[in-house]
Design a protein around this ligand. Structure first.
Ligand code: 4AD
Ligand code: MG
Length: 430
């Protein structure tokens, strides 16, 4: 009997096949037993009739606990009411392992309980859908960037210095010196971009975030494109094309998953360029009008970001923040020294900032002043300063947070469901 994946059942209508998987759920009705079997590729309803499978197997199946592993053999029948549109008329089954009492039952569980059982929770259909959407997103990102002429060059995770401010560094002992887990690959990206023109790095990044929010992890993944001879406008245009393309790919390939998550896809279908663009100063005006107590010069808090994001149907590009709230490497606005040539993309529906980026300073002199102003150690940045000593040119880039983007696409209220094993303040198990 051919072993078949549930996703391929449609190719085997009328044939007898064997499925291998886990018992997701079951119900019993007289001489019939309805077994929901999942195999990772999908879920199939398998119907066992006492008269066909015999009393012994029927009763054994009846006692079988959730998440027991088994193979089921039977004939594939078209059935519009079944998940996936096909059903198995069971002729036989082999139990591989009878599961102990499975902790995650179809009833509701508290999130702390679920997080402690994350290694099992991952098997639930909504969690499977989220991870599949994440996989498709990652694929779409790599495809878009490759097609657009980017070279993937990954950057180190152990680093000798801060990229995004010293308050969120994870410090560790690196033989006889101290090192930090990377907050962003950007600085190294700037070096590899001077070798290749257009590069991206894609990997885990770390921030010792001391706050518990729906949008912060201590370990998250970021994709960071960096482009030589690109200014702020060029990079804003790239973020817009990039985000449009990846949303389209997910919509095209993950309809079923989005349905499992009950995501209102009409909200994603309208994502098309041009995205609204507003300056930080305009955004402050919006906040004041919206009744927020906010002064020009501060950084946006979560409620501010929510108000801005919810004011538009598409992601909004907020550009030109005061340089005091941004990282040291940013190019100042030639029209106003107080302002940095940077951009954040804020997703609609309250999902918050998904992209941060901007134009990097090309001037060695200005960079040195900024390193001092931010109280950073010059020694650690000598190599970075070399990039301004040998053929410095204007250049720009950005970073897109994967989990935040997955949360937006999936309509997940909390970022912790958007990575397989979330790392958060005081949470490092399992
Ligand atoms: O805005 P950020 O800090 O920008 C940078 O790190 C730049 N060096 C990137 C670059 O220009 N190459 O972070 C970029 C994005 C944010 O917009 C957000 O999506 C995500 O990374 N992010 C987080 N995601 C989850 N948890 C956290 N603690 C995050 N911090 C940032
Ligand atoms: Mg940011």
């Amino acid at each position: 009997m051919a072993n078949v994946s549930i996703k391929d059942l449609g190719k085997h209508a009328g044939e007898e096949v064997t499925l291998r998987g886990w018992l997701y759920n079951k119900r019993h009705k007289g001489k019939l037993q309805f077994i929901l079997l999942r195999d990772g590729s999908g879920t199939a309803q398998c119907v066992a009739f006492r008269g066909n499978v015999g009393d012994e197997l029927f009763d054994r199946l009846d006692r079988l606990g959730q998440e027991s592993s088994l193979t089921v053999t039977g004939t594939v029948k078209e059935d519009k009411r079944s998940p996936g549109g096909y059903e198995i008329d069971v002729t036989g089954a082999e139990i591989i392992q009878e599961s102990g009492e499975y902790p995650i039952t179809p009833k509701e569980h508290g999130v702390d309980f679920l997080l402690r059982h994350r290694h099992l929770w991952l098997r639930s259909n909504k969690q499977v859908a989220v991870m599949r959407i994440r996989d498709r997103l990652v694929r779409a990102i790599r495809e878009f960037l490759a097609d657009d002429g980017f070279i993937n060059v990954d950057t180190p995770i152990f680093t000798p210095a801060a990229c995004e401010g010293t308050t969120t560094l994870f410090e560790l002992k690196y033989f006889d010196e101290m090192a930090y887990l990377t907050q962003s690959g950007q600085l190294y990206n700037e070096a590899t971009a001077m070798a290749h023109g257009k590069v991206y790095c894609f990997g885990p990044t770390f921030r010792a975030e001391r706050s518990k929010t729906r949008k912060h992890l201590t370990e998250f993944w970021m994709v960071e494109p960096e482009v030589m001879f690109a200014d702020l406008d060029d990079i804003m245009e790239l973020t817009e094309r990039f985000v449009t393309a990846i949303v389209k790919e997910v919509l095209e390939h993950c309809r079923g998953e989005l349905e499992v998550l009950e995501r209102d896809v009409s909200k994603l279908e309208g994502i098309e360029p041009p995205f609204p663009r507003i300056s930080y100063t305009d955004a402050v005006g919006m906040l004041k009008k919206g009744g927020h107590n906010f002064e020009w010069g501060g950084d946006f808090g979560a409620p501010d970001e929510t108000l801005i994001g919810e004011s538009f149907e598409r992601p909004v590009l907020v550009h030109r923040y005061p340089k005091a709230v941004k990282a040291f490497y940013m190019e100042p606005d030639p029209d106003d020294e107080r302002i940095a040539l940077c951009v954040d993309m804020i997703a609609p529906e309250g999902y918050g900032e998904i992209i941060g980026g901007g134009q990097r300073t090309a001037s060695l002199e200005y960079l040195e002043k900024q390193i001092d102003a931010h109280g950073l150690p010059h020694e650690a940045f000598e190599w970075y300063k070399d990039l301004r000593r040998y053929g410095s040119v204007y250049h720009s880039g950005f970073g897109l947070g994967i989990e935040r983007t997955v949360a937006w696409l999936c309509g997940s209220k909390h970022i912790r469901e958007c990575t397989a094993f979330p790392r958060m303040l005081y949470k490092i198990y399992p």
